[in-house]
Design a protein around this ligand. Structure first.
Ligand code: C5P
Length: 227
């Protein structure tokens, strides 16, 4: 399957990866892997089962038995189904992000999710969204982006995103939580958040979405940019 093209888009939380990746996947007609949702789902399933989040082997066992499905509902909205339950809303909460970040530091958990993520590489191509897509999961990909933005802008975007979903959160505490999560993601020993050496860095601070999409698409050769 290594001949199937993958465009990896890594970056910190709130950098707009989700929106950009979906738009780019739509434009190209490629598949989309939201790897963060896998880590969030495992964090959530562990909490449901009362698994100790600090126990790497117990969480890895939970990851192996958790069934995660990505679906679009009748209006085309993406849904994430965890063990048969629609967990879309719960997964977007910052508590789920924090749980994901905690369990994501365990090597056995990452090992379970590695094979699952590689399986998303299917024709005609894959947009892979995460922290280690270009460095660990698809290191052989020829097209890599590291998408970032200032911490203040990322907190503002997350705040708006949650507000639009009817969740009220304090901007300052969100900024705090995002900074703490970034620090943990970048500082962990296994698959830390960092740009691949061959990644194109796109700083989207103050940049309209349309321009970010164009910058990302520009990483691909003409032959792949055409549907
Ligand atoms: O991207 P998202 O905010 O949904 O990711 C939630 C958490 O999952 C991240 O903070 C990170 O700790 C973890 N994660 C990861 N590797 C990925 C994607 C997400 O470690 N490829």
């Amino acid at each position: 399957m290594t001949s199937v093209p993958v465009l990896t888009i890594d970056g910190p939380s709130g950098s707009g990866k989700g929106t950009i990746c979906r738009a780019v996947a739509d434009r190209l007609g490629w598949h989309y892997l939201d790897s963060g949702a896998l880590y969030r789902a495992v964090g959530l399933a562990s909490a449901w089962e009362g698994v100790d989040l600090s126990d790497p082997e117990a969480v890895a066992a939970c990851a192996a038995r958790t069934e995660i499905r990505f679906e679009d509902d009748a209006s085309g909205e993406p849904r994430v189904i965890v063990n048969g339950k629609d967990a879309t809303h719960q997964l977007r909460m910052e508590t789920a992000g924090a749980a994901a970040s905690a369990i994501a530091a365990h090597p056995p958990v990452r090992a379970v999710l590695l094979a699952l993520q590689k399986g998303f590489r299917r024709p005609p191509g894959l947009i892979a969204d995460g922290r280690d897509m270009g460095t660990v999961v698809f290191p052989d990909s020829r097209y890599k982006v590291f998408l970032t933005a200032s911490a203040a802008e990322r907190a503002k975007r997350r705040h708006k995103q949650l507000k639009d979903k009817g969740v009220s959160v304090n901007l300052d505490s969100l900024l705090h939580e995002i900074a703490a999560r970034d620090e943990r993601d970048a500082g962990r020993a296994v698959a830390p958040l960092r740009p691949a050496e061959d990644a194109v860095i796109v700083d989207s601070t103050g940049m309209p979405i349309t321009e970010v999409i164009e910058r990302v698409l520009a990483v691909l050769p003409d032959s792949l940019r055409r549907r």
